[in-house]
Design a protein. Structure first.
Lengths: 135, 135
DNA sequence: CGGGATCCCGATAGATACTG
DNA sequence: CAGTATCTATCGGGATCCCG
């Protein structure tokens, strides 16, 4: 039964590692930042507060489900505030918190880096694709 | 045929939006940054160049497949260089390029932001989870 | 040692339809 | 208007086997 080799050891390592990852603030927030919709929502709200339907229109391709889900997560994390006005047709406004604004700033930094280095990445890709004979 | 309503308009919007997203450097590179393994690999290599097996050990929970896949992508994007030494047991070294180093810097910025604001996020979460009655 | 190829499964995004 | 519920298709990612 010394068959407890690669596979099992791997699994254990992964378990420990997962715990480590979960505990690590960086990775927790990296998930937020990297989320496809989060960046778009935060960017949209960075300009000015918006209603649900405004966001829905502004972001275009998003399904109601994902939009709500994204907004809920952001609300939970204290990135946005959700304000319900119980008028005849209900009205819900979303806006960035201070924390949300700082996230927007970070996203701007990422955006800047991306725009600055995109050319280089693009060239690298072409070079790679060309050099790679057949794959 | 005015039945071209919600669904179809949505689809078209999504198509346009997808094109927009694809063309946007930010989102392309955001994908790279946000990848779970990319950040770890880049961080690991930021310290010093490493061999495949070193990375495999350092990152622990990664499967060979994902490690290779991640490294290939990074190589293609000009983030890392791959150096093969055809000795008896093959030896492959990976190291960051200049571009890769700048990415490492960006990741550091993200990490700093995460560590700075994690407390606040954490508190926000607790507040939210407490206030939310049943959900 | 450093991978490539293949199979498979669980997670999840998104479409659709319904509700307060 | 602002969601919620459900169902399905897709796909990332792990395990496994094998090659150079």
């Amino acid at each position: 039964m010394a068959t407890q080799t690669a596979a099992q050891r791997r699994e254990q390592a992964r378990a420990e590692y997962d715990a480590f990852i979960k505990a690590c603030p960086t990775n927790q927030l990296l998930d937020r930042i990297s989320d496809k919709w989060v960046s778009l929502v935060v960017s949209a709200l960075a300009a000015h507060p918006m209603r649900y339907s405004d966001l829905s229109r502004k972001i275009a391709g998003v399904s109601p489900k994902m939009l709500t889900q994204t907004l809920r997560t952001l609300e939970r994390d204290g990135i946005v505030t959700r304000t319900v006005t119980p008028s005849v047709p209900v009205r819900v406004d979303y806006e960035l918190t201070t924390l949300g604004s700082s996230l927007a700033l970070l996203l701007t930094a990422v955006k800047d880096w991306a725009e600055t280095n995109f050319d280089e990445v693009h060239k690298a890709r072409e070079r790679y694709d060309t050099d790679t004979p057949a794959a």
